[in-house]
Write a protein that binds this ligand. Structure first.
Ligand code: CU
Length: 142
């Protein structure tokens, strides 16, 4: 084999293994599935939790599976509840976590915040007179 042919073959091997390696984290990525009910009484609910609360690891992939039930009032665009993530420290919004729910089932693919700490989920739709009470603790672990 000539030197350049060997070099070529090496390049192909590198390219193929690179593509395989690039594919592996995706295929094996652990997705943290969270099932959430955004209920008609203006409360977030998680099955089995008396006080609903979400805990994720920094930067992990999250699949939020939501069932939303209409409260007494809703937005003109048909959104019946919201789900906005705020940093507990200064109440600033976390990019990519400003969601609106329509009635029924829906899913959101999200990336957990990179910064560990305390956060809060708040509803951004005036869904009833109890809307102000629609919030939930959200913790990001290192
Ligand atoms: Cu709400």
């Amino acid at each position: 084999m000539t030197r350049s042919a060997r070099f070529c073959r090496t390049l192909v091997v590198i390219a193929v293994s690179g593509a395989l390696l690039a594919g592996i984290p995706h295929a094996n990525a652990q997705v943290h599935v969270i099932e959430l009910l955004a209920d008609s009484d203006s409360r977030y609910k998680i099955a089995g939790e008396r006080t609903p609360e979400i805990t994720v690891k920094a930067g992990e992939q999250v699949l939020l599976r939501v069932t939303a039930r209409r409260g007494k009032t809703w937005n003109r665009d048909g959104s019946i509840h919201g789900f906005t993530l705020l940093r507990a420290r200064d109440r600033t919004k976390v990019e990519g976590w400003n969601l609106l729910f329509k009635p029924g089932r829906q899913e959101f693919q999200l990336t957990a915040p990179a910064e560990p700490g305390e956060y809060e989920v708040v509803c951004t739709v005036i869904c009833s007179e109890d809307h102000e009470g629609m919030h939930m603790k959200f913790t990001v672990l290192p």
